[in-house]
Design a protein. Structure first.
Length: 115
């Protein structure tokens, strides 16, 4: 992470091995952690909370918000409309075309989002 910061991504809420449905969420969280570790200026996230429970998903969104505050550009693609509340800019698409672009003057914090 930038500036020597360390980010922690929790998997399955415990230190034991992930099994069943949690395993997919764990793999997704590992992929996100690996991408963050490379410290890119632009982070492209395709459904970053897709297979995660609410608590873990919020944790991922908090990290993405922190990275954005550090000056990194974070682009999130998702079907989860609730996540739009934390974005500075929201681009809605339908059938491959942009149908709406909105700007949030005061984006919500990750802990305020629920789905």
């Amino acid at each position: 992470a930038a500036s020597g910061d360390v980010y922690t991504v929790r998997f399955c809420g415990k230190r034991s091995r992930c099994t069943g449905p949690a395993q997919a969420g764990g793999r997704r969280a590992v992929a996100i952690a690996r991408a963050i570790a490379k410290a890119p200026a632009l982070l492209l996230c395709d459904e970053p909370t897709g297979a995660l429970d609410l608590e873990t998903g919020r944790g991922v969104l908090r990290v993405l918000q922190d990275l954005n505050r550090e000056g990194r550009t974070v682009l999130v693609v998702t079907h989860n409309a609730a996540i739009a509340a934390i974005a500075h800019r929201v681009v809605r698409m339908r059938s491959g075309r942009v149908v709406e672009v909105t700007t949030n003057a005061a984006p919500a914090g990750a802990d305020e989002v629920t789905w």
